[in-house]
Design a protein around this ligand. Structure first.
Ligand code: HEM
Length: 399
């Protein structure tokens, strides 16, 4: 029988043929590791809109639960457990409302000028060096700096923050490795302290920024508690940069591997907006999302029992030929329904930062393409080894 196996040597460099096999042969896959995986567009988008739980505590005893217990982790990390991404209604509804009041379209659009200057500075450095590692030079620092500045974080040890958020992100991976879980727990505790100090500092030093807006957000007398604030800020940090990195690096790589499409984008700059949607579809920055059943869940003739952990394969769903047509595996920047991708999820947890991510992707990738007519790959891509946040750890380019 066909089993989802991300541990084959070729999986990281190209998981898409594996997703295609699953989609064709076992679209509702009961994995021996104790979880289910859905990979058809229709099933994945229905799951995203289903309102199923995201709270880890509902996972039934079994391989997943046991691994947590072995690692000495009794529940989800404190920060994650409180972040709106990990909460069900009605807590989610309340938190999302308060965060949305601060994270406004106006605040996002106001960042575009700053994003342009950050990209220009990075491109100047790349030009001076004749190339380099795109991840280190642009894809990573851009979203990290953007979210830090938007929040108005007091000067913190950015290198430490990067390491800690990177570790915390491991917790969204379908891992059962006790080492990883312990590292996540330690990072969680340290981040709690660092961000907590930042929140306390900001209360004394309010300014026109996202952190102040989160502190003061109020809905009929309801405000975010200190713990809740810390959790939402950390979530914005993590969700705000670990994902956009993959859009910038993965999008650039897709163009470099499809020179005809790269040429098309140069000839028709008006395609830029649709091109970003197609790049998001073609190589989803977040490959999987997860949900937990509280009741039996019917899908594709199967009944998934309560307490099950379901992975929604967003990246595979984006390449479903029964939805996107026979050329679904191809990059086509002028694809009409590119925007129908599920890369930002769907339903009540639909990505809150999609507009910001789209601006960052457009300015960074558009800037690279316009500035460097001779842009090319300069060596092997190194992959980050993650399943859900699969992306390049190093992407050598020459300009
Ligand atoms: C949620 C993807 C960038 C903030 C999500 C979800 C996905 C996603 C798939 C839904 C997860 C689920 O339902 O299980 C992406 C991608 C990005 C990106 C592909 C970049 C290309 C950002 C940015 C921010 C952000 C820049 C903020 C600065 C959030 C938040 C949530 C979320 C707060 C939780 C929303 C909720 O639970 O209601 N994102 N994201 N994301 N994203 Fe993004």
């Amino acid at each position: 029988p066909l089993i989802f196996n991300p541990f084959t040597p070729d999986f990281m460099s190209d998981p898409y043929p594996h997703y295609a096999e699953l989609r064709r042969h076992v679209p509702v896959h009961e994995h021996p590791g104790g979880f289910w995986m859905l990979s058809r567009y229709e099933d994945v988008s229905a799951l995203m809109r289903s309102g199923l739980s995201v709270e880890q505590r509902h996972v039934a005893p079994g391989p997943f639960r046991d691994a947590y217990a072995r690692a000495g982790v009794t529940d989800e990390p404190r920060l994650k457990g409180l972040a709106l991404l990990d909460r069900d209604a009605p807590d989610h509804t309340r938190l999302r409302k308060l965060v949305t009041m601060a994270f406004t379209a106006r605040a996002v659009n106001a960042m575009e000028g700053e994003i342009r200057s950050l990209v220009d500075e990075a491109l100047d450095r790349i030009a001076a060096d004749g190339g380099g590692d795109l991840v280190e030079a642009l894809a990573f620092p851009l979203p990290f700096t953007v979210i830090s500045r938007m929040l108005g974080m007091p000067p913190t040890d950015t290198v430490r923050m990067r390491t800690l958020t990177h570790t915390l992100m491991r917790s969204v991976e379908p891992t059962t490795d006790p080492e990883v879980m312990r590292a996540v727990e330690a990072a969680d505790a340290e981040l709690f302290d660092i961000v907590g100090e930042a929140v306390d500092w900001k209360r004394q030093n309010p300014a026109d920024d996202l952190l102040t807006a989160l502190i003061t957000a109020e809905d009929h007398g309801d405000v975010l508690s200190r713990d809740e604030l810390i959790a939402q800020v950390t979530m914005l940090y993590v969700a705000g940069h670990e994902t956009t990195v993959n859009l910038i690096s993965g999008g650039t790589l897709a163009l470099l591997r499809n020179p005809g499409q790269l040429r098309l984008l140069r000839d028709k700059p008006e395609l830029e907006q649709n091109a970003i949607e197609e790049l998001l579809r073609y190589d989803a920055p977040v490959h999987n999302s997860r949900r937990i059943t509280l009741e039996p869940y019917e899908v594709g003739g199967h009944e998934i029992p309560p307490g099950s952990f379901i992975l929604a394969n967003l990246a595979g769903a984006n390449r479903d030929e029964s939805y996107f047509g026979p050329d679904a595996e191809e990059l086509r920047l002028d694809r009409e329904n590119a925007r129908r991708h599920v890369s930002f999820g769907g339903g009540m947890h639909l990505c809150l930062g999609a507009a910001l991510a789209r601006i960052e992707g457009r300015v960074a990738i558009g800037g690279l393409v316009r500035r460097f007519p001779g842009l090319e790959l300069a060596g092997e891509v190194e992959w980050n080894g993650l399943l859900s946040l699969r992306g390049a750890a190093r992407l050598p380019i020459r300009v």
